[in-house]
Design a protein around this ligand. Structure first.
Ligand code: ANZ
Ligand code: ZN
Length: 860
């Protein structure tokens, strides 16, 4: 084919950067720190990325969703703030430093530069003037100031807590650095160690954080449920058991239970390895000490404890039952957590699976005390499965015959009367330990002085900056073994003192960044006028993996700041949307190798073979993109090949945004074809006849106008409800209808094409600009700044109407007729109705009455 006959194509490679520059030059997406009086603000935020080095398809999906919302809201008259930044502290940068000798800062900023360039190529409507990275001293310095404010307001506490300790590397390990109970580098069995650390008192906020979930009506139910479970309110009782004989002066043990109704089913009492009674047992018996040491070697995470085999050690101590006066043995058990409740439980094997497993292993009695409905008390027994449902209490003295809820109340009343316990509410949520023993984080801004204790670094000396010259060749925290950094004079007495060498958990950085975005260059952490104008975030969008911790911490921070009068709203995110994953087929050879898609050929029947060997390859569908399976798709390469609009369009089209979507070559190629179709549809319509004064004057014109306005209405509803795939489908139909409109609809075509571009703009913004300027040569308008099209209600109305048909004034039928149907047609249609014919019964019709749009009446 020669050059001239090649059909013209949309050249996204020049168009996309051109429109990005146009938006940038016009600062189309800039928002002021404080919106003008009367502005309708809308704050759209996607969870900011960790600068790992490259954007991945999950980012593309996340930011495309947010961009559609931002562009749509801007078009519908909102003043939109849509910022972007970087969650830039964290372990990977330190690992890069250790493995490759690059400085964490250099590594991070280099990654940010790469990812910023990639994001810019996506054509996102971001206000880049607000950008920051949490590792910028300007940001973390403000965070240090904020921490001191929280300290002053009583939200901060220093206390001891257990950490994972690597005895070979002499370093604290994060939970994810403990693999099968061993340090990830040294391979040494991990120990637990008590360290003094900083905590934020989130437990005090637990009731509020739980209660306020009810008001979050634009949050997914699933996320609210996950938060509620994490906060974990349980009603129960504390029960005090007297020791049969005092141990080192200690006379009793307290347990927490949610099932005081099962007290008569008790067969042992168990304490955590860190419990004082366990220590007392260890002092008497080296075997006990050994067992406790083994428990210590188990990871600190709840999951690790949950999965481990239930094991115990009999201390030889006994407790007395508050109701039946009998004695029961005290065990140390590895499944009892010191940090929950009181660090001690009473074991009721018939009513709790862990207790049952434990009892079976150590030959302890199992006495059923709750009788399932329909079960026979004479024969009911417990084998390997505990009975945890409701029923009637039996084998339980004064509780016999009661249903579980009543028995709980009765047991608590009896405990309170005997002064052996009381009803309480227990919370699962723990205080938030924010100290991390690592370099690449925000330094905790305090100084330890032998004379004065903990002294906050004076605010005029903030930020406490990280030193640049750090040594990663030694294990441990480089801040701690830096030769000079930590040695300072006490700000209060002037004597030699040491800096805190711990840095903040990176969740602290992400707990207030959305507030900092409101006034990112302010000299104090937050500007009241800015945060009160912009917060809460109207639409927050991100992955479900942050449903618990990040969102809970951000909610806590905002609540605390609100209590301190720094922010009006106690809730940071009014609306939350959690998007699904992007998946991709994976290919695995018979020998277990994961193959790259480009090394695989898939035939028409869907059979995959390895190109090099011709051997058949197994296809895995819908698998999360992951480097280990060679099934990732690089967004940069996709944009090179197809352009950003195509990538955006495809990622929106496949599935509802909260579901997983499968990335496929065929899918992107289809989206690319649609881009070209829209381009041809518009460019081959040019020059358009001038828009008719009355574009709907011909039937075809009216029809096209109806399609246009129905499309506007449908796409609007779809965008309002996050049904972006539906919006895409409607736009496809709309484009088809325009393409198929007959010649005499020409008067309505300009309106149709304009609407098509404006509806498409949130999703394919570059294409929309390119074609808008083609429709309107010489225009200075940008679609990005134009208002959203409005559907004309008249054109949404049905084309038919319903008429009531009466015979002698009595309703006999309803008929559907075309809006413009003639009177003759209407009468004929009415007479054809079976019911009407039966009522007339062959009699002559004396009068026919037709009230336009309402009724037809035959008088016979
Ligand atoms: C006796 C009992 C009998 C229990 C029964 C359950 C069923 P939630 O609902 O999560 O609050 N428990 C209490 N403290 C514990 C700790 N530190 N480590 C491990 N387990 C602990 O769970 C409360 C229940 O978990 C309590 O109720 C206690 O076991 C256990 F048929 O007490 B129960
Ligand atoms: Zn001092």
């Amino acid at each position: 084919m020669d050059q001239a006959s090649e059909p013209a194509r949309y050249d996204f490679t020049t168009a996309e950067p051109r429109w990005q520059a146009a938006w940038n030059d016009r600062a189309s997406f800039a928002a002021p720190d404080v919106p003008p009086e009367g502005a309708k603000k809308y704050y759209v935020l996607e969870m900011f990325p960790y600068p790992s080095g490259k954007i991945h398809m999950g980012h593309v999906r996340n930011y495309t969703l947010g961009d559609v919302v931002a562009r749509y809201k801007r078009a519908t008259g909102h003043l939109v703030m849509h910022p972007m930044g970087w969650d830039a502290f964290g372990l990977p940068a330190e690992n890069a430093a250790r493995d490759r000798g690059v400085h964490p800062g250099a590594w991070t900023y280099n990654n940010i530069a790469n990812m910023r360039a990639e994001l810019k190529r996506m054509g996102l409507s971001l206000d880049w003037s607000r950008e920051f990275a949490t590792c910028d001293p300007e940001y973390y310095g403000q965070q240090q100031a904020l921490f001191q404010d929280l300290m002053a307001a009583g939200f901060v506490e220093r206390k001891e807590s257990w950490v994972n300790w690597d005895p070979v590397d002499n370093t604290v390990l994060a939970n994810e650095q403990v693999i099968d109970g061993r340090g990830w580098r040294s391979g040494a069995p991990v120990e637990k160690k008590l360290l003094s650390q900083w905590f934020l008192k989130i437990t005090e906020a637990a009731p509020d954080l739980l209660e306020a979930l009810n008001g979050l009506d634009r949050w997914p139910e699933r996320v609210k449920l996950m938060q509620a479970n994490w906060i974990g309110r349980s009603e129960g009782a504390r029960v005090r058991f007297e020791l049969a004989q005092a141990v080192d002066g200690v006379t009793d043990v307290e347990v927490f239970t949610t099932r005081p109704d099962t007290l008569f089913g008790m067969s042992f009492l168990a304490v955590a390895a860190e419990h004082p009674l366990a220590a007392a047992a260890a002092a008497r018996n080296p075997k006990a000490a050994e067992f406790i040491a083994e428990c210590r070697a188990m990871g600190t995470s709840e999951a690790a404890i949950e999965q481990a085999e239930k094991r115990g050690f009999d201390t030889g101590f006994f407790v007395k039952h508050p109701f039946n006066g009998m004695e029961y043995p005290v065990w140390i058990a590895n499944f009892v957590l010191m940090e929950y409740g009181t660090g001690a439980i009473f074991g009721c094997p018939s009513g709790d699976q862990r207790d049952l497993d434990f009892a079976r292993k150590y030959g302890l009695p199992v006495l059923p005390v709750v009788l399932p409905p329909d079960a026979d008390p004479a024969t009911f027994s417990i084998a390997d499965v505990a009975y945890t449902d409701d029923g009637r209490i039996y084998n339980s003295g004064f509780l016999n015959g009661l249903a579980v809820p009543e028995a709980k109340k009765a047991a608590i009343a009896a405990l309170e009367e005997k002064r052996a316990g009381r009803g309480i509410v227990n919370w699962r949520l723990r205080d938030w330990g924010v100290s991390r023993q690592r370099y690449w984080g925000c330094p905790i801004p305090v100084i330890h002085c032998d004379a004065c204790g903990v002294v906050p670094v004076p605010k005029d000396q903030l930020p406490v900056k990280l030193p640049e010259d750090v040594d990663f060749s030694r294990p441990g925290n480089p801040l701690d073994h830096h030769p000079t950094w930590k040695h300072v004079n006490c700000p209060s007495c002037g004597r030699a003192a040491v800096r805190e060498t711990d840095t903040f958990d990176t969740f602290v950085d992400s707990s207030w960044y959305f507030a900092r975005f409101c006034s990112p260059r302010a000299a104090e952490p937050l500007t009241k006028a800015a945060v009160d104008a912009w917060l809460p975030v109207d639409q927050y969008i991100g992955g479900i993996e942050h449903a618990i911790l990040h969102l809970l911490y951000a909610r806590f921070f905002t609540r605390a700041l609100s209590g301190m009068g720094k922010v009006a709203t106690p809730e940071p995110f009014a609306g939350l949307f959690t998007q699904g994953m992007v998946t991709h087929a994976s290919y695995r050879a018979a020998d277990g190798r994961w193959l790259y898609p480009e090394d695989v050929a898939v035939d028409a029947e869907g059979v995959a073979t390895e190109k090099a060997t011709g051997a058949v390859v197994a296809i895995g569908r819908g698998e999360k993109m992951s480097k280990s399976k060679n099934n990732t798709v690089d967004p940069g390469a996709i944009i090179d090949r197809y352009g950003a609009d195509t990538a955006r369009w495809f990622i929106l089209s496949d599935n509802p945004p909260d579901r997983d979507m499968e990335w496929s070559e065929a899918g992107v190629a289809g989206a690319a074809r649609f881009v070209q179709r829209v381009w041809r549809l518009v460019t081959t319509s040019l020059p358009l006849p001038p828009a008719s004064e009355t574009p709907g004057e011909t039937p075809a014109g009216r029809k096209l106008r109806q399609v246009t306005h129905r499309s506007i209405a449908a796409v609007t509803t779809a965008l309002e409800t996050f049904a972006f795939n539906v919006a895409v489908a409607r736009i496809h139909e709309f484009a088809n209808a325009i393409a198929e409109a007959p010649a005499d609809a020409a008067g309505a075509k300009l309106e149709a094409l304009e609407a098509l571009l404006r509806l498409t703009a949130p999703m394919m913004p570059h294409l929309a600009e390119e074609l808008w300027s083609a429709l309107h040569p010489g225009t200075t308008d940008l679609v990005a700044e134009l208002p959203w099209p409005e559907a004309d209600p008249d054109l949404l109305k049905a084309d038919t109407l319903t008429l009531a048909v009466q015979v002698n004034g009595k309703l006999r039928a309803n008929i559907e007729v075309a809006l413009d149907a003639s009177e003759d047609t209407i009468f004929t249609t009415a007479l054809a109705e079976e019911n009407v014919a039966r009522a007339i019964d062959g009699k002559p019709i004396r009068k026919r009455i037709h009230v336009r749009g309402r009724i037809v009446n035959f008088v016979v």
